[in-house]
Write a protein that binds this ligand. Structure first.
Ligand SMILES: CC1=[NH+][C@H]2[C@@H](O1)O[C@H](CO)[C@@H](O)[C@@H]2O
Length: 418
């Protein structure tokens, strides 16, 4: 491609759509200038209805949604090359414990179901003048992999047909695992998964958070590993390859324990012959916060005590200076806009930068708070990495979490000029 892809997720839940435009980040915040910094806007999320078809999420007012999609389309007047994608699924809709995960599994489970889902997604895409589909199933199980590949092939087949009919360029992408644990589910068939896609958005974030298996604070989206960071067992060692790999090969390819990082995920894709320009690095426009963090090492790699449930249950006020966290009832996630305010206020946050991993973090010694996030410094370094490795571009979650000026998007745009 003649330019690096810059893929921004635009997140509006059903409640926000139904009260649109009185939301935190209406489409009007995507200025002409920002529109020209993006190659793709992925609308998050649409779902799969009980009939196994692509559809708005339950409870979404159709007229209001149509208005949002229309407004997104007006951005094409500023950037005629802008591609609008419907992103299907997302964590809440499609994780293993989600009440709706079986809709994904069933939609992929037979030829008839796949044809039905794919044709409905394409119909919806064309109804709203969108330009592609981004599948965000988090994640197909190992036993779903063949069905998942067949679904992607069905998408590619039907999209190619419509491209011919409409003389259009429609796109097919997925949001893929950034961590070895979920990646191991389909890693043996990675080439077949990626082959039908225009590119794959790697969700190279959420490496660490207050959830099961994490006992010390660590970065959630660092580029490189730290020699002293808590390491993880490399689940890719369990993958059964065809043809099989020797144990020696496995040990060389998948060091274990290893540092769960952005670089590791990209490397794991490159060694499976995924074309470089199909690999799009995901970056977060949000941070993850931990409370009751010891002050040694300025809170880095320290024990913490923070509820891990999903959704959050408990006191939403402990992330000092993050007012919006209270509104959202989620003190464990601060947007970049929140973090700028937390740093600007005299709440006691101090910013540190880890030269080895290229990751910033905040520590608040008065309140024992640790926040891991990305800022202009770390994103500039990630953009250099994308250029140095000739990757396909950058994806970020999500547009509404940037500051008003769009500092992070501008940083990525300015750093990724070809
Ligand atoms: C594209 C994408 N899908 C997932 C993932 O990014 O991480 C987000 C933040 O954890 C989560 O909210 C979202 O559902």
């Amino acid at each position: 491609t003649d330019q690096y892809r810059v893929v921004g997720y635009y997140m509006l839940g059903p409640d926000e759509i139904n009260k649109y435009p009185s939301v935190d980040f209406p489409v009007s915040n995507i200025t002409p200038e920002k529109s020209n910094m993006l190659t793709h806007i992925n609308f998050a999320f649409i779902g799969i209805n009980e009939e196994g078809q692509c559809d708005l999420l339950e409870g979404t007012n159709q007229t209001k949604a149509a208005d949002v999609f229309k407004q997104l389309n007006t951005l094409k007047q500023y950037n005629p090359k802008l591609k609008l994608m419907f992103s299907v699924g997302g964590w809440a809709f499609s994780n293993d414990a989600s009440p709706t995960v079986n809709r994904f599994r069933q939609a992929a489970a037979s030829d008839a179901a796949r044809k039905r889902m794919v044709s409905s997604c394409i119909q919806l895409m064309k109804k709203y003048d969108f330009n592609g589909i981004d599948l965000d199933w988090e994640y197909p199980r190992k036993s779903d992999t063949q069905n998942f590949i067949a679904l992607l092939r069905e998408f590619r087949q039907q999209i190619s047909l419509h491209e011919l009919q409409d003389a259009a360029d429609y796109q097919l992408t997925i949001a893929g695992a950034g961590g070895a644990f979920f990646l191991s589910r389909y890693y043996a068939n990675l080439e077949e998964v990626v082959a039908p896609l225009d590119f794959i958005n790697l969700m190279t974030y959420d490496f660490n958070g207050p959830w099961q298996g994490v006992t010390k604070t660590n970065f959630h989206a660092h580029l490189f590993g730290g020699k002293d960071e808590p390491k993880y067992y490399n689940a890719l060692r369990e993958v059964i390859f065809n043809p099989p790999k020797t144990w020696e090969e496995i040990k060389n390819l998948f060091p274990s324990p290893f540092a769960l990082t952005t670089d590791a995920a990209i490397h794991q894709h490159l060694i499976m012959n995924i074309p470089k320009d199909k690999i799009v690095m995901g970056v977060p426009f949000y941070g993850r916060a931990f409370k009751e963090v010891g002050s040694a090492n300025n809170g880095l790699y320290q024990p913490f005590n923070t509820p891990g449930g999903d959704p959050y249950v408990g006191d939403p006020t402990w992330l000092i200076g993050c007012e919006k966290c209270i509104e959202r009832n989620e003190p464990r996630i601060a947007t970049y806009a929140d973090i700028k305010k937390m740093l600007a206020g005299s709440f006691g946050y101090q910013r540190f930068f880890h030269s080895e991993t290229k990751a910033p973090w905040l520590y608040n010694a008065n309140h024992n708070l640790f926040v891991t996030y990305d800022d202009a410094d770390s994103l500039t370094i990630k953009a250099d990495y994308i250029k140095n490795n000739q990757l396909g571009g950058v994806m970020f979650w999500h547009l509404g979490q940037d500051d008003t000026d769009g500092t992070l998007l501008r940083t990525l745009h300015n750093s990724l000029k070809k």
